[in-house]
Design a protein around this ligand. Structure first.
Ligand SMILES: Nc1ncnc2c1ncn2[C@@H]1O[C@H](COP(=O)(O)OP(=O)(O)OP(=O)(O)O)[C@@H](O)[C@H]1O
Ligand SMILES: [Mg+2]
Length: 363
């Protein structure tokens, strides 16, 4: 069942257009993550869905009802913000009760709802504390509690974990995933952290400058990006991009020259229209380089090791290949390395991505 639909939704402030026509359908119970760089319009889009911001043009449907002009209170939506936005002079109990008191629910129902919500979010021991006596993670749990206690149809989260330290973020990320699994509500979650997007989402919506670049399951975006922006945004460390030139075309294959790697005959299977002399970008993820032993001489290159990050479970090598950007290579095997040494590797045509001069994927 459709939970929410955006039809050609646009937003402008005075004469500045910030959202350029978004079409998106979200299914009932889906966990959808909006991701994109700062300023791309994630919060604006979420606030328009919540009814906190007017929709300049286009339509918003919730469960097939036109909600474009409806006030926030009529939409059945609850929103959780990065800043928690708790009432500082109310206890946790008071903060949880507030939305139900405003809705004039009977006292006994409110008490029961508080008890259930507190138990679900491990807040029972903290009910009589004021927000200032809580940690960041506890405050964010209260903010989430205040949202779920109203039984909204849809939850919106705007970077709810950004103020937390790394360990707490991970813990809260798991709690939010569990909450979604147990409540089964539609959730829309905004973040600029691609790791959060990858781990939480059923589907990710990648936004850039007010438009959707791609919508898809996390692994689809990772394995089959539609364009250079999505390829570079999803994955950490990010995909390496190398300038290349098509030197021959035929039989569903292209031959590439890749000057930065000193390669003159990299052959890729590409069905997209292309021509000899075309300038393209070759994309290779850090984890997709090959040891020399398993790659033919024509696909080998070398670079000078200028930096090595050892993370325990894996290592990232930063290779100077004589251009401004280092090539980032993941090396699972921890071996002794010396800065300045020449590292020789191969590339695997099956793991290469190709993008045209406009950044569109060539498949
Ligand atoms: N009230 C406003 N008046 C004018 N421009 C605005 C207003 N609110 C937001 N914008 C602009 O709209 C664009 C999108 O802003 P938005 O807050 O939605 O970005 P975001 O993707 O949430 O970014 P961040 O990751 O930094 O939170 C930005 O360029 C911003 O400057
Ligand atoms: Mg924002």
């Amino acid at each position: 069942m459709t939970s929410l639909r955006l039809q050609n939704v646009k937003k402008s402030y005075a004469h500045v257009n910030v959202i350029h026509g978004i079409d998106l359908t979200i299914n009932s119970g889906e966990f959808v993550v909006f991701v994109g760089p700062s300023g791309c319009g994630k919060s604006t889009l979420l606030r328009m869905i919540a009814g906190l911001e007017e929709i300049s043009s286009g339509k918003l449907l919730i469960e097939d009802q036109d909600m474009t002009q409806q006030p926030a209170t009529e939409r059945g939506i609850a929103m959780v913000f990065q800043s928690y936005a708790l009432y500082p002079n109310m206890t946790v109990r008071g903060n949880l009760a507030y939305p139900l008191e405003v809705a004039k629910k009977p006292k006994a129902d409110i008490a029961k709802a508080i008890e259930e919500t507190a138990a679900r979010l491990h807040l029972t021991e903290l009910l009589d504390r004021l927000p200032r006596a809580l940690s960041g993670g506890q405050r964010q749990r209260v903010a989430i509690g205040r949202a779920i206690i109203r039984h909204p149809r849809i939850f919106l989260f705007d970077e709810p974990l950004s103020n937390l330290d790394a360990e707490l973020r991970l813990q809260m990320r798991i709690e939010i995933a569990r909450l979604h699994a147990s409540l089964g509500n539609t959730m829309i979650y905004v973040t600029h952290d691609q790791l959060e997007a990858m781990t939480l989402a059923d589907r990710i919506v990648v936004l850039r400058q007010g438009i959707i670049e791609q919508v898809g399951a996390p692994l689809t975006l990772y394995q089959d990006p539609d364009n250079l922006f999505v390829a570079g945004f999803i994955g950490s460390p990010k995909m390496n991009f190398l300038s290349a030139e098509i030197s021959a075309v035929g039989n569903g294959e292209v031959q590439l020259r890749v000057p930065d790697l000193g390669l003159s005959a990299l052959i890729l299977k590409i069905a997209a229209p292309c021509h000899e002399g075309q300038h393209v970008q070759l994309g290779i993820r850090p984890e997709h380089f090959q040891p020399v032993e398993s790659s033919p001489a024509a696909l080998q290159f070398q670079g000078e090791l200028s930096f090595c990050e050892r993370l325990g479970h894996t290592n990232y090598l930063y290779l100077d290949i004589g251009r401004e950007n280092m090539l980032v290579v993941e090396a699972r095997e921890a071996r002794e390395t010396t800065l300045g040494e020449q590292v020789r590797l191969g590339i695997s045509p099956a793991h290469c991505f190709l993008f045209d001069e406009h950044g569109a994927r060539m498949r």
